[in-house]
Design a binder for this molecule. Structure first.
Ligand SMILES: Cc1cc2nc3c(=O)[nH]c(=O)nc-3n(C[C@H](O)[C@H](O)[C@H](O)COP(=O)(O)OP(=O)(O)OC[C@H]3O[C@@H](n4cnc5c(N)ncnc54)[C@H](O)[C@@H]3O)c2cc1C
Length: 466
């Protein structure tokens, strides 16, 4: 039977694309080489990491914050096996949810590695080695990404781990060396610090969270340091000696110079992710990649080969689940002649640490580099009633608005629940709101989002509670 659409990969890009295509009446199938649906995000990414962040945060709170709220409990005891079980349940529930949705939308599923034989032809090689060839009008590649490896440092997922291994460590390391101060390193470093590990983070650049607003980056680093993380910035790990009982990492200044040795029980390699296209047959099909191995697409997610499209981590843009999802929806709509579209100026990014760090739109450095005049309004959570009531006053909201039109260009939040608060900013930006619009919107009291309103008021230098 011929399909209208075959989607290769069922991460957030692929499964969402398949569902939207089915909603629009396309006869759709998915091909997945993993035994479960959901891709990186559901199996070894967003979901398990957030389950461990949640559990470890409560563990830390039980140990440190309950008493001051008048909750007397004995010192919490870690049952790591049970905590990992809690995380596995979260994964299982989400993965089964995708299975249910695919069935509900009458999408056919094929388990096995997909390979493009030609436009309109996908070969699926099952785990039993048997192959079958499926026919289709269109192919969407949504094969995602894989861990970026560091030359000379072999990941064994036991002592030298990627994010995948760091989600299943059987015991809390005494000392974990994290290579890379990006989102994944800081999130998983936070998990294991809360559970008792000493954390040293080595970062090649001169600050944490490269790419984010400078003030946010500096504040975040200070807060992580206050929590006990140690940072070695402008430094690189060049080798890890695995011969002894503890690992010995060679750390050098990024610009070169005298090396030092740092001993650790576990090394987490979190230096980023790379697009994954292995075994897809792209070379033979003539699909072009860029210099970083990403599939080149046009504004409509079309590759250079007619009938073959690509979305998600495997193409350019931020490697985020919701970006992949929105591209999945857009390409399905484009396939039926609708005007599918993704607004890359409004893609929120969240770091799920405590406090959380969230941003959407441009940072101050980006605006300066682009020569855009802006007004900044900032409001600290120390002045927000709810944050004070909760005694979670770290951080601030900063709104950057065009100096002439007052249109919101970027919103940056460091603070408890920043990840939920950024949604308001994203909606405002999507609607082309001015800072004045946010400032004049009634916000419930007492809530943390009142800090967003106050930051919007501060753009015009008229914050009330500051
Ligand atoms: C530890 C960690 C935490 C993260 N946390 C967040 C977060 O909090 N928020 C967020 O937005 N993003 C997060 N991400 C990133 C997020 O997981 C990715 O951006 C997202 O999964 C990309 O979706 P995708 O559909 O493009 O690809 P993927 O989710 O990578 O899915 C690709 C799928 O394609 C399959 N596949 C590959 N090749 C073939 C083939 N030839 N045949 C058949 N199937 C194939 C794979 O098995 C996989 O299931 C995190 C990532 C990691 C590693």
């Amino acid at each position: 039977m011929a399909y209208d659409l075959i989607v290769i990969g069922t991460g957030p890009g692929g499964y969402v694309c398949a569902i939207r295509a089915a909603q629009l009446g396309l006869k759709t199938a998915v091909v997945e080489k993993n035994p479960t649906f959901g891709g990186t995000c559901l199996n070894i990414g967003c979901i398990p990491s957030k389950a461990l962040l949640h559990a470890s945060e409560l563990f830390e709170e039980a140990g440190h914050s309950f008493a001051k709220m008048g909750i007397g409990v004995p010192a919490p005891k870690l049952d790591l096996k049970a905590m990992l079980g809690f995380k596995d349940q979260a994964v299982d529930g989400n993965v089964k949810g995708v299975e249910f949705l695919l069935k509900k939308n009458k999408i056919d599923s094929f388990f096995g590695a997909g390979r493009i034989l030609a436009p309109g032809k996908v070969e699926v090689k099952g785990n039993d080695g048997k192959t079958q060839t499926l026919e289709t009008k269109s192919i969407v590649i949504a094969t995602g990404s894989d861990v970026a490896k560091l030359r000379g440092i072999d990941i064994d997922e036991k002592r030298i781990v990627s994010s995948t291994g760091a989600l299943t460590l059987p015991e809390v390391p005494k000392h974990m060396l994290v290579i890379g101060a990006g989102v994944i390193g800081l999130e998983l470093g936070s998990v294991w610090r809360r559970l008792g590990a000493k954390i040293t983070v080595v970062e090649f650049l001169d600050g944490v969270l490269p790419g984010m607003d400078g003030e946010v980056r500096r504040q975040a680093q200070r807060l992580f340091e206050k929590q006990g993380m140690t940072f070695k910035l402008s430094s690189k790990v060049t080798a890890v000696d695995t011969s002894g009982k503890t690992l010995k990492a060679t750390v050098e200044p990024a610009k070169g110079g005298a090396a030092e040795t740092i001993e650790a029980d576990v090394v987490l390699v979190s230096t980023g992710r790379v697009p994954y296209t292995e075994g897809l047959g792209l070379k033979e099909a003539g699909v072009k990649l860029d210099e970083r191995g990403r599939i080149i697409t046009d504004h409509y997610f079309a590759t250079n080969v007619p009938g073959i499209w690509a979305i998600g981590d495997v193409i350019a843009g931020p490697m985020l689940a919701h970006k992949a999802e929105d591209e999945g929806v857009a390409v399905a709509e484009i396939l039926v002649g609708q005007a599918g579209h993704v607004n890359y100026d409004v893609i929120p990014a969240v770091v799920y640490t405590m406090p959380e760090i969230a941003s959407v739109g441009k940072g101050e450095e980006e605006l300066k580099a682009a020569g855009i005049a802006y007004n900044a309004g900032k409001f600290p959570f120390t002045a927000n009633g709810r944050a004070k009531a909760n005694q979670q006053t770290d951080g601030f909201v900063k709104i950057l608005a065009d100096a002439k039109s007052d249109r919101v260009l970027g919103v940056h939040i460091v603070g408890s629940d920043a990840g939920n608060m950024i949604a308001e900013a994203a909606i405002a930006m999507e609607m082309g709101a001015a800072a004045e619009d946010i400032a004049r919107t009634c916000h419930a009291h007492p809530t943390l989002p009142e800090a967003v309103k106050e930051a919007a008021l501060a753009v015009a230098k008229r914050a009330i509670h500051m």
